[in-house]
Design a protein around this ligand. Sequence first.
Ligand SMILES: *Cc1c(COP(=O)(O)O)cnc(C)c1O
Length: 361
Amino acid sequence: MINVTKTYLPDVEKYKSYVEKIFSSGWLTNNGQMVQELERRLSEFLGVKNLLLVSNGTLALQVAYKVLDLKGDVLTTPFSFVATTSSLVWEGLNPVFVDIDPDTFNMDPEKITDKITKSTSAIVPVHVFGNICDVEKIEEIARRNKLKVIYDAAHAFNVSLNGQSAANYGDISTFSFHSTKVFHTIEGGAIVVKDDDLFKRAKLMINFGIPGPDRVTELGINCKMNEFQAAMGLCVLEDMEMILTHRKKIYNKYCHAFNNNAHIKVQKLNAKASQNYSYFPVVFDSEDVLLNVRGALNKEGIFPRRYFYPSLEEMPFVQQGQAVPVSASISKRILCLPIYESLEESIQDRVIEIVKAKIME
Ligand SMILES: *Cc1c(COP(=O)(O)O)cnc(C)c1O
């Protein structure tokens, strides 16, 4: 069975050697050696300061909203994984959707200002499929209206703009290190905080607000990363260059196959940004074509995914009746094709062949 992605597993002997270190220290969680080491290495690899590892990308978002003390309405994109929106609702915030750009699939900055009201406290855009947003425009609007910006950078590991890590934009950026992501720690995530004091608060918050024995100074939660997760991260990080090289080759082959096809739209990439080749989305002329293509691929044991469908304004837990026609249309017609470091060339060839044949039917 070929899926849209396949979790990267490092050399098991290497992982065992880390596990042995954990066993001999007897320290399994609570800011252990492995977590500290991974925080150091990731900060260096990504070129960021103030990086905090957490147990997953959803809690990373929730802690970000909490530490920034968001209230009321938050502008976000309807075209994302459900966690971007559900985390807002979970924290008692009201997601207000800003429609997306039909070519980049990111929040359309031209449509933000119209949605700002007295109740708006922040903007939560997503660098969709690792394509970095128009951060300059977004942050200019945020400054003018005194809004916080939290980037859900779950897809943007190792992506940079003008040589700056994606995570250096906004008041806070969050990552997901779930097994399905380009870089993973089994389950996991990170928070990158611009302000040093807020960073210290976030650090307290992820461990019940406990600064040391016999004291609680802050309302907190538990979303610490454990040592086994961090050990996986250390192993995967060592192989990142190889992973990205393989993915790039596969990505470029899809580009070559589909770039000038009148019946397939590929994502328009931010020309000033680097890529991490995490997804390969294609948009068809209609949902019927998509279902036909998917059916034909499924018959051969190939399972692409409808990222992202349905569009999030349709979720039963958000304010109903928010019109975002571009997202609604794209989400019905978009399919992410298999891409991962060990995808065989012959299988990719077959995927391309089937897609090209089915769109002509
Ligand atoms: C994966 C993902 C998340 C959630 O991360 P988890 O680590 O699975 O909790 C949030 N936002 C986006 C855009 C994602 O793709």
